[in-house]
Design a protein around this ligand. Structure first.
Ligand SMILES: Nc1nc2c(c(=O)[nH]1)N[C@H]1C(S)=C(S)[C@@H](COP(=O)(O)O)O[C@H]1N2
Ligand SMILES: [Mo]
Length: 385
């Protein structure tokens, strides 16, 4: 698929059932961490002001006139690029779903540490910038390099043990092979506008196929390494237990996105009219693959029906879907679920895998709704039959 084409548009049906967007939800005031209310999903592209924000530290100030991107480890001295120079280089636009690895954490029971995201630490935007490979080729990659570290200008202290040695900068690495892939870009625009301060102005990495933590914001330094990077967010935070013969043997960095479908509507505990057709609606995404199908269950996972995928498949972007649910005649509590499968045959698990720690929360989420006899409750997603 051509990844530079405009993404799936909103169909007429979609707009007919839109719930208005009434603002982001605060998960933390300082630093600012904001969630998109997922029931307001209305189009394949998340508008900039609706895009969730996940930041570990306050937004660093940046002056594009003096700002420099430093590339080190490729030879002496460090290679530098100005903002102006970067903007003059050939660019590319990539449509990418960005999901925070901790998205859906509030559904874990017992409760775990970390921001308590519901369904909205995820969004899909078109990012424009320079392929990282072009910048690395200009700087010259030393033979033996195996990882590329991306460092942001934001800094802070980690108080949780093991505490950091004073202030440290946010940094993550990706394998060299991924860094050289054409979809990985250094982006200065988001949906056709210069990236806002909250989302990484003036420059951020965009690493399609990986969870959000790899897409380093306020990027000002790139380092190539001939050994695995052992930084804080690579080895202490954003890790999960790799298993061998049923034994957890090694903490590995969270990296590739797992396949997942989310239900936008009905929302949790929404009142759904009985004996009607309700249009269920949501989005599905995966990592280095594409969505093959989304299935819906309205009977507690006894049977699964195929949902309709909307628009075209765009690698690394999410795919919208819908399903027309004939709601029960009898009022009462009902559970609906959705699960996605990708073209590699990977599908969402029903149970939580505890080796994933506090990240990669993709097991099937039951969404409870209240089926009611009343009509005209304001729902535009259904019609009587
Ligand atoms: N420099 C820097 N980059 C960062 C982060 C950060 O705190 N500092 N947060 C990461 C995480 S955990 C996520 S999920 C995404 C969120 O990007 P957004 O705020 O634009 O949605 O940015 C990533 N890049
Ligand atoms: Mo994240």
């Amino acid at each position: 698929m051509n990844n530079t084409s405009p993404n799936q548009g909103t169909s007429a049906e979609t707009s007919a059932s839109e719930k208005p967007f009434t603002g982001l939800i605060i998960r933390e005031k300082e630093p600012e961490n904001l969630e998109f209310p997922f029931s307001a999903l209305s189009s394949a592209i998340t508008p900039n002001e609706q895009f969730f924000v996940r930041s570990h530290f306050p937004v660093p100030k940046a002056d594009p006139k003096t700002w420099q991107l430093k590339i080190e480890g490729c030879g002496e001295p460090a290679f530098e690029l100005s903002y102006e120079k970067l903007r003059s280089m050939p660019s590319r636009t990539v449509s990418m779903v960005m999901e925070c690895a901790g998205n859906s954490r509030i559904f874990l029971s017992p409760k775990v540490m970390g921001l308590q995201w519901e369904l909205g630490a995820v969004g899909n935007a078109e990012w424009t910038g320079v392929p990282l490979a072009d910048v690395l080729k200009r700087a010259g990659v030393k033979s033996g390099a195996m990882e590329v570290v991306l460092e942001g200008a934001d800094r802070g202290e980690i108080k949780k043990e093991p505490a950091s040695p004073g202030k440290i900068s946010y940094a993550r690495s990706i394998p060299l092979a991924k860094a050289m892939s054409p979809e990985v870009i250094l982006a200065y625009q988001m949906n056709g506008e210069d990236i806002s301060p909250a989302h990484g102005y003036p420059l951020r990495a965009i690493v399609p196929g990986h969870y959000g933590m790899a897409s380093v914001k306020w990027l000002n330094r790139i380092l190539t390494l001939d050994q695995p990077f052992r930084g804080y967010w690579q080895t202490s935070d954003y890790t999960y237990w790799n298993q061998h013969n049923g034994m957890p043997i090694q903490l590995l960095p969270v990296s590739e996105v797992e396949v997942k479908a989310e239900i936008s509507r009905p929302a949790l505990y929404e009142a759904v009219p009985a004996n009607s057709v309700y249009r269920m609606f949501g989005a599905a995404w995966t990592g280095e693959s594409e969505i093959a199908k989304v299935e819906v269950s309205v009977d507690g996972a006894k049977t699964w029906q195929t949902a309709q995928l909307l628009g075209d498949s765009v690698k690394y972007a999410w795919r919208l879907w819908e399903y027309h649910w004939r709601t029960p005649v009898q009022p009462g509590r009902h559970t609906v679920m959705a699960r996605a499968t990708d073209t590699r045959g990977r599908t969402q698990p029903m149970e939580r895998d505890t080796h994933r720690g506090t990240y990669m929360i993709t097991h099937v989420q039951p969404i409870e709704v209240e089926v009611r006899n009343v009509r005209g409750t304001g729902s535009t997603d259904s019609y009587a039959i």
